[in-house]
Design a protein around this ligand. Structure first.
Ligand SMILES: Cc1cc2nc3c(=O)[nH]c(=O)nc-3n(C[C@H](O)[C@H](O)[C@H](O)COP(=O)(O)O)c2cc1C
Length: 405
């Protein structure tokens, strides 16, 4: 029987097990989860989403409080353009997060960090430059550029001594997006070392519009493989989005992929950073509960469970403490939606329906984002005597992809 384990992934001369655990913010793809993949010779992501906040939680720093204290004067102001991150603190939070992961890593696999361009932080280029370079300086094995076209990201790292040694890849959802990225790379003579092709069934934000059901992962993988062949480039393609079994993985390989990136199946592992009760919320889901909506202030569509607490909320924006979604000039679609939502007869804000405060709700794990196949998770485990579902070990899930159909 042919299995995924028969297809090792080679990047920059290193051989890996062809399973990558996808980046899941905020700290859902935890260091522990990434380390369990690396220990087996596979690859795990940490996420750099809200890394100062993650550092506060994991290492007792106080970046969030310091920022909130410094910017308190803007709390009642609608104008958030001066609600800026301290770049030294941002670097420090990112370094701590990455160094901690790299210090704990054992085994022959790799740890990559997922860095989202859409985390604009009221200074898109300045904060992105800090996050990218801090990750390299802290010794990360690789950087996955995500949630955006990243046409300036390679240039922002070009002077870093590790720019040509660290593994750098990008997530795309079309061959067109890849073409733009390759063009930006040619300006600094840097090709990506891997390309993650994310299809429409993935968790998190989607790189598609409302016509997402018309797209298929297999077709996009084949399109990207054709483009690379036409350009005479040999770069491994990693397929992502809805890959639930070993045979799904082999189908992706048959369409031109060298490996798979998976996330949803790891949300119910012991090592995953979600709180235990939220893992059970994923496990109890039915197919009818899975929705794709446009409540994210990024403007991208996002898939989530319809009973996510973030969908019935009227949170006051807390940009002074967080502010990760603020665009240039301090704009965030949630700020506008909050302002436009009326008060009830007792003076209480009604539920904000249009958008969610991504910073607040991700910090509290209130947004149950998931891949389309989340409702199948219950079939991969058994129940405890108290009726709750048993959690799995991440390495067992990796083995299932590698050795079973
Ligand atoms: C809980 C969760 C959080 C995610 N967060 C992010 C993220 O912060 N950045 C990102 O680029 N992708 C994110 N993703 C997408 C995954 O990295 C991955 O590519 C995708 O979910 C793969 O599809 P699958 O979940 O069907 O296996 C997230 C996915 C899940 C399930």
């Amino acid at each position: 029987m042919r299995t995924l384990a028969d297809h090792p992934l080679t990047i920059m001369g290193h051989d890996y097990q062809p399973v990558i655990i996808g980046g899941m913010g905020v700290d859902i793809s935890s260091t522990q989860l990434a380390c369990s993949a690396a220990e087996m010779g596979a690859i795990g992501h940490i996420s750099d989403a809200m890394s100062p906040f993650v550092s506060d939680k994991n290492f007792g720093t106080n970046f969030t409080k310091r920022k909130s204290d410094r910017l308190r004067v803007y709390a009642d102001s609608k104008d958030k353009k001066d609600v800026q991150f301290d770049l030294a603190d941002l670097r420090s939070g990112q370094m701590k997060h990455v160094e901690n992961a790299m210090n704990q890593k054992r085994g022959e696999g790799a740890i990559w960090i997922n860095i989202m361009e859409k985390l604009t932080m009221n200074n898109p280029q300045g904060t992105l430059e800090v996050r990218l370079n801090a990750a390299l300086d802290a010794g990360i094995d690789g950087i996955t550029l995500s949630a955006g076209l990243h046409t300036s990201s390679l240039r922002l790292m070009a002077n870093n001594p590790r720019f040509r040694d660290a593994q750098i890849g990008i997530i795309v959802s079309s061959d067109r997006a890849l073409k733009l990225f390759l063009r930006s790379g040619s300006r600094v003579e840097r090709l990506p070392d891997y390309i993650i092709v994310e299809g429409p069934l993935a968790g998190g934000h989607l790189g598609f519009g409302e016509d997402w059901p018309a797209h298929s992962l297999d077709t996009i993988v084949a399109d990207v493989a054709r483009l690379l062949k036409a350009e005479n480039l040999s770069i491994p393609i990693i397929a992502a989005g809805g890959i639930f079994t070993g045979s799904d993985a082999l189908r992706a390989v048959d369409h031109g992929a060298s490996a798979i990136q998976v996330a949803t199946r790891f949300t119910i592992t012991e090592e995953c950073g979600l709180p235990s009760n939220v893992k059970q919320e994923y496990l109890r889901s039915e197919e009818k509960d899975v929705v794709v909506n446009c409540v994210s202030p990024t403007g991208y569509l996002m898939r989530m469970l319809s009973y996510s607490p973030c969908l019935t909320s009227n949170m006051r924006p807390s940009c002074e403490a967080f502010g990760y979604m603020l665009g240039r000039e301090g704009k965030c679609q949630y700020l506008d939606a909050y302002d436009a939502t009326p008060l009830d007869e007792k003076g209480k804000k009604l539920l904000v329906k249009e958008k969610i405060c991504l910073c607040y709700h991700f910090s509290k794990f209130n947004c149950y984002t998931c891949g389309h196949n989340v409702f199948r998770l219950k079939d991969t485990t058994t129940k405890n005597p108290d009726g709750s579902y048993k959690l799995l070990k991440a390495q067992d899930v990796i083995k299932d992809y590698l050795h079973n159909e």
